[in-house]
Ligand binder design. Sequence first.
Ligand code: 5GP
Length: 213
Amino acid sequence: MNEKGILIILSGFAGSGKGTIIKELMKKYDNYALSVSATTRAPREGEVEGVHYFFKTEDEFKKMIEKGELLEYADYVGNYYGTPREYVKQQLAAGKDVILEIETEGALNIKREYPDAVLVFVMPPSVEEIHNRLKLRGTETDEVIEKRMKKAGAEITVVDRYDFLMINDVLSESVELFNSIVKGQHMAVSRNRDYINDKKKEFEEYLSRKKEN
Ligand code: 5GP
């Protein structure tokens, strides 16, 4: 069957719990690789360089763009975020299913360039819950929370261009759902052309041997 990795994009509003889904998924399954993005946003408390993000100045980020080092990038609430190209390429070639946790603009750009990419959007059970989760996290000021809520309102308008929607209510169920989506994708006929062609050849050989006998 299909040995190539799948490029999966997970987007969702701030506070949708997508980060936690990925964390649990990576603990449980070893077929995934998570891309670490570059950003000009300041690190939050507890965030580690190279683990959560590669933290860059605006100049450094712009140099990465110029050198073509980013697969995609976008501006989100006043900061740049982008996906380093090389890691994704290497991991896909090694057969890993690569997850990009990115916002909608970057996601749709990727889909344009890589139609095989699978776009998953995760939502909390209610709009009120988005606000509550952001408040509870306590990492942003009220002003930034309001900006992120506004952004969420804009992002919902592009969800219908995604492939899958997940409502993140019970974490363990979301993890399993996400994994099933990816497993299902590996079985898509369009991703298994080489395997199907091999089987066709095997049949042809078998039938011609029969004829000879
Ligand atoms: P946060 O500041 O909360 O870590 O991330 C803000 C938003 O930027 C989230 O929606 C997150 O998914 C998105 N994001 C993180 N990395 C990237 C990236 O490399 N490219 C794009 N387009 N968005 C990203």
